[in-house]
Design a protein around this ligand. Sequence first.
Ligand code: PLP
Length: 355
Amino acid sequence: MSPMFVPGPVDVAPEVLSAQTHPMIPHRSKDFEDLYRRSDEKARRLFYTQSRVFILTASGTGSQEAAIRNLVNERVLSCVNGAFSKRWYEVATTNGKAADKLEVPPGGAILPDMVAEALKKQKYEAVTLVHNETSTGVQNPVREICQVVKEISPDTLVCVDAVSSLGGAKIEMDAWGIDLLLTSSQKCLALPPGLSLCGVNERAMARANQVENRGWYFDFVRLEKHRQKDSTPATPAMSLIYALDHQLDRIFAEGLEQRFARHTAMAWRTWEWSEKKGWPLFAPSGYRSQTVTTVVNPPEFDCSAFNKFAAGRDLRLANGYGDLKGKMVRVAHMGEIQMQDLENLLAALDDYTAG
Ligand code: PLP
């Protein structure tokens, strides 16, 4: 496997790719129901929730849309500190909701006090927040934000996008008080793209029951009716669910705590390297991602040229996102990436820049 340090789609283990080749079975069958039940149980363990995790045939953006359609009648507070949190704001406005932006410039974190202030001024049905802003490498203090929402506006639902962190960083849905938690298959879970997992608690289900025009495909009430029978309303991405079932076994075999520790150790190693190298970290101390480290490169460094060089060593690095392209690199140390892979990448960067 050639390690790709890009924040998704990431490398997938050959045996997980193989799991997708399982012959198709009717989705209205006992065998599929068994597969779905197993995957749902394992997904709940991964999300640290007793509630439910919908396994959706969509990428993560589908769950962003599902959150808005199911949980917001009128008004949502959209916390924006980068490209993907901005997308969730746009998902809200394009669905006709009144969305107020709580925005900080890219590289900044959303702080609990900012959320508290916004909630004191206006009542919101939900707050949307990205745990790990993949475009900037900033990790927002979700747990503390959940706490202030509970204190100031207990009826407001907290919706969290953990697309690039769930499975690589510990996020305890129930203990932290997250009402909706979503992720994509192609990042820390190290699966092919095409599935989104969306944890939804009882409070959020109660809200969905009262919200009009939820649509059909992502309607939580409809999805739950089918989930109760270990099934889905429409034809599921069966091959991907076979892969999910297998990959979750691999993840638990590694051990969740061990997996999180592996990701954190790789983040620390990258921070240490950046300090030695004199390439500053982009994300501020205390708010740095455990799964994607953003490092400001000197202006003469060309990420595409480096990738041509690194291809000879079977490595690939991610450029900065959007306006940050050329200004920084993103080292995505997630999924199947091991410390030795990271050492190889850092050595390649050192060799390349040594000329
Ligand atoms: N949210 C975050 C934090 C992301 O990093 C991404 C994609 O990179 C998305 C949402 C969108 O996810 P998807 O491409 O699976 O729709």
